[in-house]
Design a protein around this ligand. Structure first.
Ligand code: GRF
Length: 202
């Protein structure tokens, strides 16, 4: 039986595109549904272009709507890939251990409410860190707090701006997220990656 993944997006959906591509050769896993809180999210177009059902929440704070939409598509795993709203607690509880988020920093550093997009990379640069990266973790009731499954590492270079750093981190996200989802599909549920895949080394 296929492992069915729902991906939630609020914006452009480059991680969604990477995931669709990464699952192309996985016979037993597929992106079965894309959900968004924004009708104009670029990720919805990417889903439709790939023939994947793409739906917009009437009310993203309504747990029944989440559970109905995911239940209708027999979703095994929910992936938050640039989804900027808090997931209702009942949904977190229902999908505990079966919901992932990707964050563009090395959690527990530079995460939490309000830490998204450019702000994350500004905070990394302001901290003087020599290294940053991306994290895939299980979702719990707080932003960016659940158990870490995998991280990629990216060197902070002299002269980096939030934009240059964001671009290099994003490139690693596009390998990291499919690697975690493929591992979850093969294991039947999310598992920590034993080591960072070599292609992610910067
Ligand atoms: C990524 O940097 C992800 O880590 C963060 O939001 C961004 C989404 O980018 N949670 P995209 O929509 O996948 O291009």
């Amino acid at each position: 039986m296929s492992y069915r993944v729902a991906v939630c997006v609020s914006g452009r959906g480059s991680n969604l595109a990477a995931l669709i591509e990464g699952l192309r050769d996985e016979p037993d896993a597929e992106v079965a549904l894309v959900l968004s809180n924004r009708a104009t999210a670029g990720g919805l177009e990417k889903a439709r272009a790939a023939g994947i059902p793409a739906e917009v929440f009437d009310d993203p704070a309504d747990p029944t709507e989440w559970i109905t939409r995911c239940g209708r598509r027999d979703v095994d795993l929910i992936v938050l890939a640039g989804y900027l709203k808090l997931v209702p607690a009942q949904v977190v509880s229902r999908y505990r251990g079966r919901m992932l988020n990707i964050h563009p920093a090395l959690l527990p550093l530079h995460g939490g409410q309000g830490m998204y997009g450019r702000r994350v990379h500004e905070a990394v640069l302001a901290s003087g860190a020599r290294e940053t990266g991306a994290t895939v973790h299980l979702v719990d009731e707080a932003y960016d707090r659940g158990a870490v499954l995998a991280q990629s590492r990216v060197a902070v270079l002299t002269g980096d701006t939030p934009e240059t750093l964001a671009a290099r981190v994003l490139a690693t996200e596009h390998a990291l997220l499919p690697a975690v989802v493929v591992a979850a599909a093969r294991a039947g549920s999310p598992v920590p990656l034993a080591e960072t895949p070599t292609e992610l080394e910067s």
